[in-house]
Design a protein around this ligand. Structure first.
Ligand code: ADP
Ligand code: MG
Length: 745
C-alpha cells in the first residue's frame, strides 16, 4: 500500500553508511597486495604445504591436463584440509557452473564418524576427514539442473570434477562460517558437458593448438601454449533495499515492468565518473576486499552513465579463471550489498529509458613466453604475426558473427542490444582508422597513407611500427580511436566484445570466439604453407599475400561508422551481414551447419551438447517472458488498478459532495472520465495479455519461444503504456509502487 511505500522512502532517507573496519597490520591498514590471495590455496601455498615430490607430481599432471593419480590427490586433499581448517573452514564444496548463468554448490562437512572397539564395546568418535576422492569428484543430484534433454530421466547422474587449473579458495559467510571451494566442471555420466566451464577449457585447448601451429610456420619454435586472456568490465545498478522490496517486478524478473522514466537522468551527464556515493563506496570496497582475499584482482571502480549505475573491472587473467572470477564478483557483490541494505541489479535493462548494463569482455591471446599476440610491437617480425592474428580474428568474426550473436541472446539482453546505448544486433568489427588504413593499403598493394593519431585535431603521436617492406611506412599504435557503438572493437592490444550481457556468464561468448578464431588460425596456417610451397619458410611477400587474402575476404565485417545509425542497418543488409533482431532467430543459428560444424569438428561441443544448449536457451527465453508477463498481470490487478479505483472513488465522492453543496466539480469530472478511460484501456490490454499467456503456456516447447517473443513482448508493452499513463494521472498518495525517481535517486 501507499503507506508501505512512504515508510520505505523514509527508511531510505534515514539510512546511514555501514561502518567497516579495514583490516590492519600493526597500526597500519593492510596493503592490497597483502590482502590478495589470502584465502586461496594457490601454487605458492601448495609448494609450502606439500611434500616436494607430491607438489611436482601435481604440477606435472595439471600442466598435462591429466587427472590426478590417487596418492597425489590424497596428499593434496590432506594439505588443503589442514590449511582450510586452520583458516576456520568446516565444510568443503565443489563449485560449478550449470547453464543457469550462475554457479552452484553443495556443502559437506569435514566431519566423519569412525568407530573403534573399546573394552569389547563399539565406540563412535569423530574426525575431520577430506580424501583425494572427495577433492576430485562429487556427484550432485543433477536432475534439477538444466540439461536440455542430454540425460534421459533414468540417468540423472552428473559429476563434478575439480578443475585443477583453478585453485581452491575459502569463502566466508555469516557468523564466522567458512567453506573450502573447489572450482569444478560438471559433466554427465557419459562425459558430456553440462556446464559452462568444460566447453571453455576445451575451446582454450583448441585455440592454443591452432595458434601454436600458426606460430610454428612463422618460425617460432619456442612457444608451447597460447592462452586466451579475459578481463570483464562488469556494470550494475545499486538501489536501496527498502524501495526494492516494494517492487515485485524487480524482485521476480530483475527489471521494472512498469514505471514512468524520470524527467532527469543521464541527460545531464553528471553521474559518469562522478564522486561515488559513500554508501555505495562502502559496499563496493567491502566486496573488493572479500574478492581480493579469494584472488579476484578487482582494479577499477567508478560511476557509470546512468544514475545508480556503477562498474568494477579486474586485471585480466587466463579466460577460464577470469570467468570464475567474474561469477564470484557478481555473487560477492550480491551478498555484500545485502549487508549495506542495498540491492544489486545485474539485469541488462532494469529501467526503461535509462541506460542499461553490459559486460565488456576484453579478450586477447598470450603466449607462454608472455607475448600478447594482439600487441603491435616495434619489431617487423612480430608485426607480421600481429597482422596475421588480426586478419584471422576478422575472418572468424566474419564467418561466425551470427553464432557470436546467438551467444549473447536472452530475454534480458534483448532490451539493450540496439537500443541506442549498446551495440546493435548486427555483429561487426571496429579497427580504428590507422589499422583500417594498413589493411586497405595491403589489400590495394600500395603504401600506407601517412597517419598521425589526433585527438580533437591535435596530434598526439603514438608508437611507430616498421613493417620492413619497402612499400610500407611505419604503423602507429593508435590509442585515440574509440567507437562505443561497435559490438567488437579493437582497443589497442585486445578486442573488446561489448555486446555481452551484464547478467550472463561470459563463458559461452568466449567459447565461440575461441573456436571461430582457432578455425581461422588453421586456415591462415594452411594458406601460409601453400604460399611458402617448397621453401623453408614463407617469405615476406608470402606473408603479405596471406594477410591480403584474409583482409579482403573478411572485409565486410569491418565497420568504422556509427553502429546506432539507420544507415548502418541498410549498409549491413547490402553487405549481406545478418541482422538477427529476434532472439529466437539468433538461437537457430547455433544449429546452422556452418556453425555446428565449426564447434563439432573442433571437438568443442558435440552435436548433442549443442542441441541441448539450444533447447536450454530457447526454453529459458520463453520461461523468462512468461514469468514477466505473469508478474506484470499480477502487478496490474493487485496494485495498479486498485490504486486507480480508490482514487476514482474518492473523486466521485468529492464530486457528489460538491454537487450537494451546489458546486459544479468540473475539473474532477474531467479527470474522472480520463481515469475511467485509462482503467478501461488497461483492463482490456491486461485481459489480452492474460489470453496470450494462456496461449503461450499451452504451446509445445519448440513454439513457445517464438510466440512469447512476439505476442507477449508486444502485449506487455501495451499494458505498460496504459499503466504508465495511469501513474501520471493517479494522485501520488494512492500509488503503491516506488516510482523511478524514488528507486534511482
Ligand atoms: P579500456 O577499455 O579503456 O582499454 P583498460 O585498459 O582499463 O580499459 O582495460 C579494460 C579491461 O581490459 C580490464 O579489465 C583489463 O584488465 C582488460 N585487458 C587489458 N589488456 C587485456 C588483454 N591483453 N587481454 C584481456 N583483457 C585485457
Ligand atoms: Mg573498455
Amino acid at each position: 500500500s501507499q503507506s508501505a511505500r512512504l515508510s520505505a522512502l523514509q527508511e531510505n532517507v534515514d539510512r546511514s553508511t555501514r561502518h567497516i573496519d579495514w583490516p590492519t597490520v600493526g597500526d597500519r591498514h593492510q596493503y592490497p597486495s597483502e590482502i590478495f590471495n589470502a584465502d586461496v590455496f594457490d601454487r605458492r601455498t601448495m609448494a609450502s604445504t606439500l611434500p616436494k615430490p607430491i607438489y611436482q607430481a601435481f604440477t606435472k599432471q595439471m600442466q598435462g591436463h591429466n587427472k590426478l593419480d590417487r596418492s597425489t590427490a590424497d596428499a593434496v586433499a590432506h594439505a588443503a584440509k589442514v590449511w582450510a581448517m586452520n583458516k576456520g573452514a568446516t565444510h568443503f564444496t565443489h563449485w560449478f557452473q550449470p547453464q543457469t548463468g550462475t554457479t552452484a554448490e553443495k556443502h559437506d562437512s569435514f566431519l566423519t564418524l569412525k568407530s573403534q572397539i573399546v573394552d569389547g564395546q563399539e565406540e563412535t568418535y569423530a574426525i575431520d576427514h577430506f580424501s583425494g576422492g572427495q577433492l576430485l569428484q562429487a556427484e550432485p543430484d543433477a536432475s534439477s539442473f538444466p540439461n536440455g534433454g542430454i540425460r534421459s530421466t533414468f540417468e540423472a547422474r552428473g559429476y563434478t570434477v575439480w578443475d585443477t587449473l583453478s585453485p581452491m579458495f575459502i569463502r566466508r559467510g555469516p557468523h564466522g562460517t567458512a567453506t573450502l571451494y573447489i572450482p569444478s566442471v560438471f559433466i554427465s555420466y557419459n562425459g558430456e558437458a553440462l556446464d559452462e566451464k568444460t566447453i571453455l577449457l576445451r575451446s582454450n585447448e583448441v585455440v592454443s593448438r591452432a595458434a601454436v601451429g600458426l606460430l610454428r610456420v612463422l618460425g617460432d619454435t619456442e612457444t608451447q601454449r597460447v592462452s586466451t586472456t579475459l578481463g570483464c568490465e562488469q556494470e550494475f545498478f545499486l538501489i536501496d533495499r527498502a524501495v526494492y522490496n516494494l517492487r515485485p517486478d524487480l524482485k521476480i524478473t530483475g527489471r521494472t515492468l512498469i514505471g514512468v522514466p524520470p524527467p532527469k537522468h543521464q541527460q545531464l551527464e553528471d553521474h559518469y565518473f562522478g564522486q561515488i556515493p559513500s554508501r555505495v563506496l562502502a559496499c563496493i570496497a567491502e566486496a573488493e576486499y572479500e574478492l581480493a582475499r579469494i584472488g579476484v584482482p578487482v582494479k577499477t571502480r567508478h560511476n557509470e552513465v546512468a544514475p545508480n549505475q556503477f562498474e568494477v573491472a579486474p586485471i585480466f587473467e587466463g579466460s577460464s579463471i577470469a570467468v570464475d572470477h567474474n561469477l564470484a564478483t557478481m555473487e560477492v557483490l550480491h551478498q555484500v550489498a545485502h549487508r549495506h541494505k542495498l540491492k544489486v541489479l545485474f539485469h541488462e535493462k532494469p529501467f526503461k529509458g535509462v541506460n542499461g548494463s553490459g559486460k565488456h569482455a576484453n579478450w586477447s591471446l598470450q603466449t607462454d613466453g608472455g607475448d600478447n599476440l594482439l600487441d603491435p610491437t616495434s619489431s617487423p617480425q612480430t608485426n607480421y604475426r600481429f597482422l596475421l592474428v588480426l586478419v584471422a580474428i576478422l575472418d572468424a568474426v566474419y564467418k561466425h558473427g551470427d553464432l557470436l550473436r546467438a551467444t549473447i541472446a536472452s530475454a534480458s539482453n534483448e532490451h539493450r542490444l540496439g537500443a541506442n546505448e549498446a551495440p546493435p544486433a548486427i555483429v561487426s568489427a571496429f579497427l580504428g582508422s590507422q589499422l583500417s588504413e594498413v589493411l586497405n593499403a595491403i589489400e590495394e598493394n600500395r603504401p600506407v597513407a601517412e597517419h598521425t593519431p589526433t585527438v580533437q585535431g591535435v596530434s598526439v603521436g603514438g608508437t611507430t611500427l616498421d613493417l620492413k617492406i619497402s612499400s610500407m611506412p611505419p604503423i602507429a599504435r593508435d590509442l585515440t580511436d574509440r567507437n562505443r557503438t561497435s559490438p567488437f572493437a579493437f582497443t589497442g592490444n585486445k578486442f573488446e566484445f561489448r555486446a555481452v550481457g551484464s547478467k550472463q556468464s561470459p563463458s559461452f561468448p568466449i567459447v565461440v570466439l575461441n573456436a571461430a578464431v582457432a578455425q581461422s588460425f588453421i586456415e591462415v596456417t594452411a594458406a601460409l604453407k601453400a604460399a611458402q610451397a617448397d621453401k623453408e619458410a614463407p617469405s615476406e611477400e608470402d606473408i603479405l599475400s596471406v594477410i591480403r587474402l584474409f583482409a579482403i575476404s573478411s572485409k565486410k565485417i569491418r565497420f568504422e561508422g556509427n553502429g546506432y545509425s539507420d544507415e548502418w542497418i541498410v549498409e549491413a543488409e547490402k553487405r549481406g551481414l545478418p541482422n538477427l533482431k529476434a532472439c529466437t532467430d539468433a538461437f537457430k543459428r547455433l544449429l546452422e551447419p556452418h556453425n555446428s560444424n565449426l564447434l563439432t569438428s573442433l571437438g568443442v561441443l558435440s552435436q548433442s551438447e549443442l542441441s541441448s544448449r539450444y533447447h536450454i536457451m530457447v526454453e529459458k527465453y520463453a520461461k523468462d517472458l512468461v514469468i514477466e508477463a505473469n508478474t506484470l498481470s499480477a502487478l496490474i490487478n493487485n496494485g495498479v488498478l486498485p490504486a486507480a479505483f480508490s482514487y476514482r472513488k474518492d473523486l466521485a465522492d468529492s464530486i457528489n459532495s460538491q454537487a450537494t453543496a451546489g458546486v459544479e466539480a468540473t475539473p474532477e469530472k474531467k479527470l474522472l472520465v480520463a481515469l475511467t478511460n485509462g482503467c478501461m484501456a488497461l483492463t482490456e490490454a491486461s485481459e489480452k495479455l492474460d489470453a496470450f499467456i494462456e496461449k503461450v503456456e499451452g504451446l509445445h516447447e519448440e513454439e513457445q519461444g517464438e510466440a512469447a517473443g512476439t505476442l507477449l513482448t508486444a502485449a506487455m508493452e501495451e499494458v505498460r503504456s496504459h499503466a504508465d499513463a495511469l501513474e501520471k494521472k493517479v494522485a501520488d498518495k494512492y500509488w503503491p509502487f516506488p516510482k523511478y525517481t524514488e528507486l534511482l535517486f
